[in-house]
Ligand binder design. Structure first.
Ligand SMILES: NC(=O)c1ccc[n+]([C@@H]2O[C@H](COP(=O)([O-])OP(=O)(O)OC[C@H]3O[C@@H](n4cnc5c(N)ncnc54)[C@H](OP(=O)(O)O)[C@@H]3O)[C@@H](O)[C@H]2O)c1
Length: 420
């Protein structure tokens, strides 16, 4: 990666060393600036107009830095979306994968919409846990996805291949789900995955809805075959998928809603704010035993699991007869200990099914988008559902945002905004 790659606005601030020689009156006679970014020294730094102190000098550099940074972001291309002669900026990963600090903003070709696609000027995009895995090179990215991270966004339609058929027009405020490419100023997506932004919700709130609410809908209805009156357990209860899932379960008459988290503070949030029946601390409690007590020994009908190996045996213990367990992630690992007892599968007639959203085709995702629009959106509008947002940040703070998600301290979406 070149120096240009290191000089990303807001990601790595360039370091300046300055040596200023002044005459007796304080006017600059000569000065030298050494930066860690060669590109910056190509820009004209105006001679000092009057007596300049060091602080002024740095202040001036900072202003110059801010104004030119947008224009000089490196020319490293990372997109395979249909290019045109126009350009945009997007978030890229130094060396293709790595820690949060390898994220930077650069300039790429702006994509153009093909038939049934729209070009959206992005106002906000949401972070998702899979972004961390993708950044580390550990996520099986679907072949149709652009390299740029990000699967959900809100913004304004800038261009549209065909207005009449899609129900959208230029200038519409929308939000939606994408296979990738949302960490950018522009994104092209199928109009089938777009939703009109309701006036009742902000761009920031809308940007954080698609991935997690659609995943929760998918887990509950398409995979677990949830029916009103059943009991349900959401692991990682304060994760964004579970924040959506608990609200959906409550609205659809779950008899009991349980959750686990690793923090008492999150459990309080899950019960008091989201309305779960009870939440257990998986670090300090025998959560499966507590759940059995809370269900008179019957167990829970539906379990939505992100934990994998570490929770496998406890999930079987907590499952009711004919329970459905949906596996959406393997946060605690993929390999079971050799002595794992799978007897309860048989005796409780448990059904366990894994699912992924991003790998699904547009038809499958489109059905879920329709469910979101028909069943969830009216409840967002009337205030039944809430889009919990933990933090809104300028997208140039993307490194900080990924680090915040990695801290596991959030109870809501991290949303990045693009100023325009
Ligand atoms: N299969 C799919 O289609 C699909 C789609 C979307 C998301 N997902 C997955 O669903 C999960 C939730 O996503 P999200 O975006 O809602 O996440 P999120 O808001 O970032 O929350 C994830 C939470 O999981 C808990 N956690 C993390 N590592 C853990 C570990 N090793 N052991 C136990 N708990 C751990 C943390 O809370 P506590 O520490 O408080 O418990 C963390 O805050 C992720 O694993 C994501 O990859 C799957």
């Amino acid at each position: 990666m070149s120096n240009a790659g290191e000089a990303q606005a807001g990601i790595l601030r360039p370091m300046f060393w300055a040596h200023v020689v002044t005459d007796d009156a304080g006017f600059s006679k000569s000065w030298t600036i050494v930066t860690r970014c060669k590109l910056y020294i190509q820009y004209e730094v105006k001679p000092f107009p009057k007596r300049v102190h060091f602080l002024d000098f740095f202040y001036d550099l900072d202003r110059i830095y801010s104004s030119i940074a947008r224009g000089i972001r490196s020319r490293i291309s990372g997109s395979d979306q249909n290019p045109t002669s126009t350009s945009e900026t997007q978030t890229n990963i130094k060396d293709g994968k790595g820690p949060a600090t390898s994220l930077f903003i650069n300039e790429i070709e702006r994509p153009t919409p093909t038939a049934a696609q729209a070009l959206i000027r992005v106002k906000a995009f949401g972070l998702n846990r899979m972004d961390l895995l993708q950044r580390e090179g550990k996520y099986p990215v679907p072949p149709q996805a652009p390299k740029t991270l990000g699967v959900e966004f809100s913004g304004i339609i800038e261009e549209l291949a065909s207005e009449s058929e899609s129900g959208f027009k230029k200038g519409d405020a929308v939000f939606g789900l994408a296979y990738g490419g949302a960490y950018a100023e522009y994104i092209v997506v199928s109009t089938h995955m777009l939703v009109h932004k309701p006036d009742e919700l902000s761009f920031e709130e809308c940007a954080g809805i698609p991935e997690t609410w659609i995943t929760a809908l998918q887990a509950m209805y398409m995979v677990a075959d949830y029916k009103p009156g059943q009991s349900i357990l959401w692991h990682a209860g304060a994760s964004n998928v579970s924040i959506a899932g608990i609200q959906l379960s409550k609205a659809d008459s779950a008899s009991k809603i349980f959750a686990t988290t690793r923090s008492d503070e999150k459990n309080k949030f899950v019960v008091e704010k989201l309305g779960a029946t009870a939440a257990f601390n998986s670090e300090t409690q025998d959560w499966a035993g507590e759940l059995l007590k809370a269900t008179d020994g019957n167990g829970v009908d539906v379990i939505v699991d992100f934990m994998g190996a570490g929770f496998f045996a406890s999930n079987l213990k907590a499952a009711a007869k004919d329970a459905h367990i949906v596996t959406l992630a393997t946060l605690t690992g993929m390999k079971l200990p050799a002595e794992t007892d799978i007897g309860a599968f048989l005796f409780k007639r448990v059904r366990m099914e894994g699912s992924t959203l991003r790998a699904r085709d547009e038809k499958y995702q489109g059905k879920l988008r329709d469910q979101l629009v028909e069943h969830a959106l009216p409840k967002f509008k009337d205030g039944t559902f809430k889009a919990y947002v933990e933090k809104v940040m300028d997208w140039e703070k993307i490194v900080e945002a990924h680090q915040l998600m990695e801290s596991n301290k959030t109870k809501g979406k991290i949303i990045m905004t693009i100023n325009w």
